[in-house]
Design a protein around this ligand. Sequence first.
Ligand SMILES: [Zn+2]
Length: 729
Amino acid sequence: MSRQRTSAKPRKRSNRHVFKVLCAIALGACATHAQLNGASSGPDFGPGNPFYSPSTLPFHAPPFDRIKDSDYQPALDAGMAQQLAEVEKIADNPAPATFENTLVALEKTGQLLDRVNQAFNCVTSANTDPELQKVQEYEAPRLSAEQDEIYLNARLFARVKAIYDERASLHLDPESLRLVEYDYKLFVHEGANLSDADKARLKKINEEDSSLSDAFMTKLLAATKSGAYSTSDGAALAGLSEAEVSAAAQAAQERKQQGWVIPLQNTTQQPDLTFLTNRATRQTLFEDSWNRAEHGDANDTRGTIARLAQLREQKAGLLGFPNYAAWVLTDQMAKTPESALHFVDALVPASTAKAASEAQEIQAVLDAQHGGFALAPWDWNFYAEQVRKAKYDLDENQVKPYFELDSVLQNGVFYAARQLYGLTFKERHDIPVYQPDVRVFEVFDADGKPLALFYCDYFKRDNKNGGAWMDVLTTQSKLLGVLPVVYNVANFEKPAPGQPALITFDDVTTMFHEFGHALHGMFADTEYPSLSGTQVARDFVEFPSQFNEHWASYKEVFDHYARNYKTGAPMPAELAAKIKKAATFNQGYRLTELLAAAELDLQWHALAATAPLEDPDTFEKEALTRTRLWLAAVPPRYRSSYFLHIWANGYAAGYYAYLWTEMLDDDAFQWFEDHGGLTRANGDRFRRMVLSRGNTEDLAKMYSTWLGAEPSIEPMLKFRGLKDATDAK
Ligand SMILES: [Zn+2]
């Protein structure tokens, strides 16, 4: 099973933002309530705007065929004004606060804003352009201001608090009680208990944080694009397949450049480093990646992130927390930075010991070839591939013909969902999409009833954020009578026209991963939109997705989708066995680069509220040295200067969650294996007790009720092979 972690849900900046407003944080002194209100009566927003009324398409799908870039800004402004007016009405209600007239009423606010914002988040992440970026820059602080207007509304908070204080005597059902507690904590968390002066300070901090996050994202996109490796010397690309070389030629053409271009992926390591035989090329490509955002030019992100870290420290101090991580973790499963750091630190010795033994093995291959140099990070994947071939005789190009994207999707990802949950899928060509590569499927439940719409957008584009993610275009809610519309985005290499999309096993795993998130969204069966689907703690949200990865290598599923794209022949058993075996290879490196990224994140956000502005390069080196993770050949999966997750995508003090949830997903898969594996009974039970429940109960309790025990770290140690590494020492 692959352990590549390529996914996030980038636009979801914080899962604490109720009313489903995804884009968050901050107020400009300029964006007052009155001004926001004024926007709704602006001449730009009327029935001609495609967001004006709810979509009449199936599942209220966004009418992307009618939406122009210029429609977003007036609709966002009107949506904010409308929600604020709705909220004001609730706050001003002369009747005493009740659950219905306050919290249920709040759940119904902001439907226009959601409609626009969810489509807007989708296109600005997956298919942006300069006009959309401009709107994004303009609206980010206004959306934050809108959030603050709501959370820092003292009259509204008084009503929420009154309900919270009386909750024991209200005889609410469990989900409603959960909403009371959730909303109350949210207001307190956002500063509702602060003095007016401190509220104003918080608003200013939030505003700057939001603007800097967007600036970071814009700079990074530009830095990643301009950081691409380019050459006019064909010999430099020796080792790449014909398809990869022609993709590089096409990338150059698209940029109106001569020669060849290898665009950068968002991670430190680049896929082509596995195949490039020319060491100088490898070093240049690696350094292009490593230094992408540190050239001292307009796209250098270091100043931005240093200030972001400082702002977050100050915010935590204002809210009465010792550091930002402590503030973030209060509503997570881990609860405190100490427990998250302890969890990460505990994995370091076994992980780095395994990486060290892998490095020895690689150095031996290198020496046998009279390389005459010490292993560097740009050599790791190239020689690791040779070790793997020698040890497992497995060549990516040998297996790729068995992983044709459409077969993986329909005969693998969808097949597993049919076996486990009884789902069926029908492609729809009548639903408008935002880009021609996007495909849409209608999803039917076991009883034949429509369940959801699923969009997928798998190929890399220059105007798409890196990585892979899932998000929603509409959130399921029984209260609002809405079924979910969810989408998956990835960055797989687009084949030349007329060629099949042959992907790697890592890509296959990414598809299963993102679809695990999609299932969490599609199975949502909750009353209130704020508690629906994937709106759960960050150290829980990756559990359903990582759990779903396990089915990619489960024999029954694998045999069903892994078929030669030319002949339809199943993958020979011997080759399939090798893939499984090879998946345990290089786990020391993979875990160590993840741990390094997790440490960087936690340490940036564990700075004291009064800490000075840090120099990112110095800070990074010291943080990793302190935790025994500053390793010559194993750099962090993301460097601070291009760590999109933590600076702009809501994973601040939350990157450890990928590993935390790995504990859960391995543990859960072990349960399935112990109970008969891929069966409807197992799937339905998991759906009923976990996947459909969103955030309607305490997540630790939800998990242990389903499992019948507390989660154990043992299956994770087993699947990673860490126990052996420790024992061998
Ligand atoms: Zn994910």
